[in-house]
Design a protein around this ligand. Structure first.
Ligand SMILES: Nc1ncnc2c1ncn2[C@@H]1O[C@H](COP(=O)(O)OP(=O)(O)OP(=O)(O)O)[C@@H](O)[C@H]1O
Ligand SMILES: [Ca+2]
Length: 963
């Protein structure tokens, strides 16, 4: 399986094996026997086969209905039986069956050279009639292998679980009804509707299309969007139409870049073009995360180092005339122990478990490496609406030029329920335009309005004025939809009971600057039209700004009769001119309650927060103040989209460090912002939801998309998805990212200190010509503790929320910092001193190495190690502060390890295997007290570091606030 979850779509194209003609190699082997291909004696995929059929032929071939879809559930079930569910799973997934397990277990034996050496030493022992040793070593091998295997298995399972975090969905038409379902439920013959931003859920024969173009780069590597239509492709004499020429097929996994349409499902799951490539791709090794690579690297370095040391020990031992079999066994076990072969696996498991934990906290990380990057993020660029705010709009104020005339005279609607008395002519018209230029609908099923919150809030207001939805009285001829670049929405309407073209009407609503720019008259209180003077405009802008400063989103409303005589069905942006302004509406969208504390914590952790919004500067500043984003100077902290366009990238990079708000910005501006920030060397997280946000999301170090309002295109381009769209979830993710990194450092400290202690002890004993303090079995046992459960449980240490008090980690910072190395060495020295002390003390009683001596030494080392693990739970905080019982997996695994150690000392069979002897209660007490020193010394170190650190953090804060 892959190291990187959910990254199947962003595979670099050179991983995909293609023929030169653009059809895939895999495709010709795909398991689909078509009737056309039967004559040609080769297999053709459904997408190739259906591309040459007309829509009607395709529909009838699949025995379905082009408008209402499949008609019965039995038929759906039958097709699912036949074609399977619409999922592409890798071969590996099935490999995890009974045989896969066994196969992997056995192949582990063969691949691991150290294990082979161990087996060799067991065989040698047997030949030399040392049966006891041979059995012991064999048992040890099995245990070592089992622990390794279980860990690896767990790591794969958790990565598999990651892959299932974001199930694909689609709009299905079946039994004549439209519904939103999981893409996995599709069967051939289903009808699917799709629009801009969607991902195609299966191979579809396009049956309807409006300006449709798809991004097929995930499939073909071709970066430019491809135009698609419902026209069939001309059959070609060779029988196979290359993928790039199937213009009426929408392939699974490709993205809708423009337009919308409907398609007929012709292939699902493995039968799709993507499915057949995926099977091949999953065989290719996925690139590792930087941390994993670093771990592999570290592992290799350590192996080399320990080989040299072990080789030296072995040579000296033999030179001293020790039994060469003994030396061989000790060396091999030492090698097994000293080499942290579990390291990369524990890193992977820790990352994967961390990602699963984040998913529970509403942040889905799509690529493992992002977890590491999260801890270094020092700038977060965020949308306002829906992310910082709740996206629950409610009309708060209405203002019209004629009936209210000055900005002091605003109609406050939020508090009142009956406003019929306030319905002056211009107020009525404003609301009327609001209801006509509106796309929200009332759902009887849900008994509420569905659609854009801005639109909904206007409809919700009508009843207070005793008005009704005006849309029934008109036919909508054409719409210019709202988008963040255009910043207005317009509709062209025809009155129901009139054929007269003259009675056509254009209604517009949008950002007040834009609407005013296109207006030249205004509507008076009594319904007349008057010229809009410069003075009038000033008054309107003044009032709009006042509403905005109150944190309201301000929309202006205007209309005009339709003039163009030439075209009866169309309107373009150029027709939206000479409008009659009727009024302003201010809507309140309260900040999410969780945002303010999150902003505070992020600022404390040295993260710069930038709000990017399409709203006006005044609205943005007001919201920023409400949630605690610092706006020190409104001149320099706020930059509008217009101003930004006049700046060069250099200039932008220079000023961006004090900008906290980008207002009236378009999605395209986001790309320049990320570029400018990255130029400064910042590690940038950027949020986005629309199709246009995709480039910025890709470029950002962490692209964050919205789970609820986000499009598939944005999700695909992002590294992380917020399932609740909530800004504070970003804090959670950054916290987890930092926490995971700390955990990795902690178990590394534990593993390396143990490993160094064991190596040095044996080296020391050999150099001093003393008998070996630990035998091969004992060393292998220590290896299991060190590479196994206790180490792993350090990786799931709960996140300490105070990580946010520390500044972001620098991108280039090494995992083994000086501080970590210092801890490792200090701990190792402490363990060595203690254990050697016990060993020498026991030996000096008789000068002979007895079972008691090794048992004492061995147990001493294990106790030391358990206390060491306890100390490693946190780098700087006392265990009593983080809570002795706060990591139950840790307590469980250390508890079990200690019980197992007691078994090794007291159970006769194990005594035989490990060459141990029972110890008295006093002995145990002594060892316990002695070994606790490693913990006590570390607690002391933490105490001192904390004293120093508080000063340091204060210094640091002083530094960041003055800069
Ligand atoms: N549905 C709509 N119809 C007409 N005009 C709208 C609509 N929604 C917003 N506007 C106007 O366009 C302006 C910008 O809206 P846009 O959606 O780009 O900003 P935003 O929602 O604040 O963006 P972001 O989510 O990035 O913070 C708003 O201030 C408002 O005046
Ligand atoms: Ca090891």
């Amino acid at each position: 399986m892959s190291d990187i979850p959910l990254d199947i779509y962003s595979q670099p194209s050179d991983d995909v094996p293609f023929n030169l003609d653009g059809s895939t190699l895999a495709e010709e082997n795909a398991p689909f026997n078509s009737s056309i291909a039967a004559g040609l004696a080769i297999n053709v995929t459904p997408s190739a086969e259906f591309s040459v059929l007309s829509v009607d032929e395709a529909v009838s071939k699949l025995k379905t209905n082009g408008t209402s879809g499949i008609s019965s559930m039995e038929e759906v079930e039958r097709r699912r039986e036949l074609h399977g569910t619409n999922e592409v799973t890798s071969e590996d997934g099935e490999d995890n069956g009974k045989f896969g397990l066994l196969k992997r277990f056995l192949s582990g034996f063969i691949e691991d050279r150290l294990i082979l050496l161990l087996i060799g030493s067991a065989v040698l022992s047997a030949i030399l009639h040392n049966v006891g040793d041979a059995i012991s070593i064999t048992v040890a091998i099995v245990i070592v292998m089992l622990v390794g295997f279980i860990q690896e298995y767990k790591s794969e399972k958790s990565i598999e679980a990651l892959n299932k975090l974001v199930p694909a969905t689609c709009h299905l038409v079946r039994f004549g009804r439209e519904s939103h379902v999981l893409a996995a439920t599709l069967v051939p013959g289903d009808i699917v509707a799709f629009r801009v931003g969607d991902r195609i859920p299966a191979d579809l024969r396009v049956i309807e299309s409006v300006d449709l173009s798809l991004d097929e780069s995930s499939l073909t590597g071709e970066p430019d969007p491809v135009h698609k239509s419902s026209d069939s492709v001309l059959a070609n004499p060779t029988g196979i139409i290359p993928i790039s020429e199937r213009h009426c097929i929408a392939f699974m996994g490709t993205l809708v870049k423009e337009g919308h349409g409907r398609g007929l499902v012709v292939a699902t799951g493995k039968e799709t073009a993507f499915g057949s490539i995926f099977e091949m791709m999953s065989a290719v090794d996925k690139p590792k995360t930087p941390l994993q690579t670093a771990m592999d690297h570290l592992g290799k370095e350590l192996s080399l180092f320990s080989f040299v040391v072990i080789g030296t020990i072995c040579l000296i031992g033999i030179w001293q005339g020790r039994s060469w079999l003994d030396m061989f066994q000790i060396s091999v076990s030492l090698a097994v122990a000293a080499i942290p072969e579990g390291l990369p696996i524990i890193v992977t498991v820790t990352l994967a478990l961390g990602v699963l934990r984040m998913a529970k906290r509403k942040a889905i990380v799509r690529r493992l490496p992002s977890v590491e990057t999260l801890g270094s993020v020092n700038v977060i660029c965020t949308d306002k609406t829906g992310t910082l705010t709740a996206n629950h709009m409610a009309v708060s104020k209405i203002w019209c030029l004629s009936s209210m005339s000055t900005k002091e005279n605003v109609l406050n609607v939020g508090s009142t329920t009956d406003l019929r008395n306030y319905l002056a002519g211009d107020v009525r018209k404003t609301l009327e335009i609001g209801s006509l230029c509106n796309n929200a609908t009332f759902s009887v099923d849900h008994s509420k309005f569905l659609g854009n919150p801005t639109d909904i809030s206007i409809l919700e207001e009508l009843s207070k004025f005793g008005m009704e939805d005006e849309r029934d009285k008109y036919t909508r001829i054409k719409e210019i939809p709202f988008n963040s670049k255009r910043k207005f929405m317009a509709v062209r309407l025809k009155c129901e009971n009139s054929d007269d073209k003259e009675s056509q009407l254009i209604c517009v609503k949008g950002a007040f600057e834009v609407i005013l720019g296109r207006s030249n008259t205004y509507l008076t209180e009594d319904g007349k039209i008057d010229k809009l003077t410069e003075k009038n405009k000033e008054t309107i802008i003044e009032c709009a700004n006042q509403l905005a400063s109150d944190g309201l989103r301000v929309l202006a409303f205007a209309s005009s009769p339709y003039h163009s005589k030439t075209d009866f069905t169309d309107i373009s942006e150029d027709d939206i001119n000479d409008l009659t302004f009727s009024g302003l509406i201010g809507m309140r969208d309260p900040p999410r309650p969780t945002v303010k504390p999150a902003v505070e914590k992020l600022l404390q952790g040295g993260v710069h927060i930038i709000m990017i919004t399409g709203d006006s500067p005044n609205t943005a500043v007001s919201i920023a103040k409400q949630i605690g984003i610092p706006v020190i100077n409104e001149e320099t902290s706020v930059l509008t989209g217009d101003k930004m366009k006049t700046m060069t990238n250099e200039q932008l990079a220079n000023v961006i460090s004090h900008v906290n708000i980008f207002a009236r910005a378009t999605p395209e501006d986001k790309l320049n912002i990320v570029q400018a920030l990255k130029k400064r060397g910042d590690v940038v997280a950027m949020t986005g939801d629309g199709v246009n946000d995709a480039p910025a999301l890709k470029l950002a170090d962490i692209g964050i998309s919205m789970g609820i309002i986000g499009t598939d295109v944005a999700k695909e381009a992002s590294d992380m998805i917020l399932t609740d769209d909530d800004f504070s979830t970003i804090l959670t993710a950054v916290e987890e990212g930092k926490g995971i990194f700390n955990n990795i450092q902690n178990f590394l400290t534990f593993q390396l200190s143990t490993s160094i202690a064991a190596l040095s002890m044996i080296a020391l004993a050999t150099a001093l010509n003393l008998p070996n303090p630990l035998n091969a079995m004992q060393i292998l046992w220590i290896n299991i503790l060190m590479d196994g459960p206790p180490a792993q449980s350090l990786g799931v240490e709960p996140v300490d929320h105070e990580v946010m008090k520390k500044p972001p980690r620098s991108r280039s910072e090494r995992i083994l910092t000086i501080a970590v190395l210092g801890r490792i060495l200090g701990t190792a020295i402490c363990i060595i001193l203690g254990t050697v002390f016990i060993y020498v003390k026991e030996m000096s009683t008789d000068g002979e190495k007895s079972a008691r001596d090794t048992t004492m030494t061995f147990t001493c080392f294990v106790f030391f190690d358990m206390f060491n693990a306890l100390a490693c739970r946190h780098a700087t905080k006392s265990i009593f502060k983080i809570g002795v019982f706060s990591n139950s997996m840790f307590n469980l695994s250390v508890g079990l390890s200690l019980i197992a150690q007691l078994c090794v000392i007291y159970v006769p069979v194990l005594q035989h295997v490990f060459k141990t002897e029972r110890l008295g209660a006093f002995d145990l007490l002594l060892l316990f007290c002695l070994s606790s020193t490693v913990f006590i010394v570390d607690e002391l170190r933490k105490f001192i570091v904390n004293q120093y650190l508080t000063n340091y953090v204060e210094e640091e804060n002083r530094y960041t606030t003055t800069v």
